[in-house]
Design a protein around this ligand. Sequence first.
Ligand SMILES: Cc1ncc(COP(=O)(O)O)c(C=O)c1O
Length: 375
Amino acid sequence: MSWLSQRAELRRSQGLHRTLRARTPEWTGVDIASNDYLGLATHPEVVEAGVQALRTWGAGATGSRLVSGHTVLHAELESALSVLLRAERTLVFSSGYLANLAAITALTDEDTLLLSDAFNHASIIDACRLSRATSTVYPNKDVAAVRDALAANRDRRAVIVTDALFSVDGDLAPLADLAEVADAHDAVLIVDEAHSVGVLGDSGEGACAAAGMLSDRLVRTFTLSKALGSQGGGVAAGETVIEHLVNTARSFIFDTGLAPAAAGSALAATSMVLSHPHLPGRARAATEALAEVAGHAGWQVNPHDAAVASIPVGAPDAAVRAQRICADAGVDVGCFRPPSVPDGVARLRMTGHANLGADDMNLVEKALRAAREAT
Ligand SMILES: Cc1ncc(COP(=O)(O)O)c(C=O)c1O
């Protein structure tokens, strides 16, 4: 096992060592690190719905959805999500990671060409590896490369997979262009809406629905653990695709159903987004305000389209130092280092939350200024 110590030493020398930091209930700082974009994770109605679901259904789902783990609560959650996402059907999983594994592995086989964006989330990368398809990674947002690969593809079925909003910088994929290429080549387009559901669109319907690009060949994956403040994931698609997943997706069939408390809270959060359509706009406005105060503090912020805005710092240890200075000043900001950043540049990653106020922004500016002066 000595190789493990050598690897640990190497990580330390590169500034890439990671440790767990436990949050405590007493912490009262400003959160611009979590993906709780709408502030629903601690919203009293969302929490209470989880408690009620626990009381009614117990602590666990008790089995796979196909055995004992499917309840009327899961069915109600899926109906509400279909309304939010404007989808024909929705299927929930116990995580967004598993939803990606399901959609990508079940919709591909040995005779499929699978094209995946270079900046896609790790769960998509793992799903591509797990699939039996011929999988090709195209340069970030390079629609021409996708078009060329599909033009050269002869008889195989084809699937394109992309994040809607890339999770590191929060910039949008060229979704409309990819949809057009998919149409032209009869390809399926899988879009991961983890960071866009609840954040983009007039009422949080996500990037694809907001762009009016819903079609039979579009399959959307998403998570319940970011804007919806709970835990779990899902796939939104047409009836045929969902039936196929229920019958063949291994991460659906061989996994215990979503825990009742998570389902109950996700249902309340979905209802909250449906009945408060201004929430997504507030999260986006908060992100703009964060970018502005970061600029005042002397940082340059990368282009962004929703509730994530990143500051390139450079070396991993400098980014960690900047994060610590912010933490000492009462601001919890994300720090992304390799391998979580596709271009190797460490970043401070800020997330805008619908419930951030002017005092929070003042504190963030102060913290970021202190971090800038020390970097
Ligand atoms: C783009 C993207 N897809 C999928 C996931 C996985 O979602 P979950 O955390 O629900 O497993 C994440 C979350 O980290 C993500 O950022």
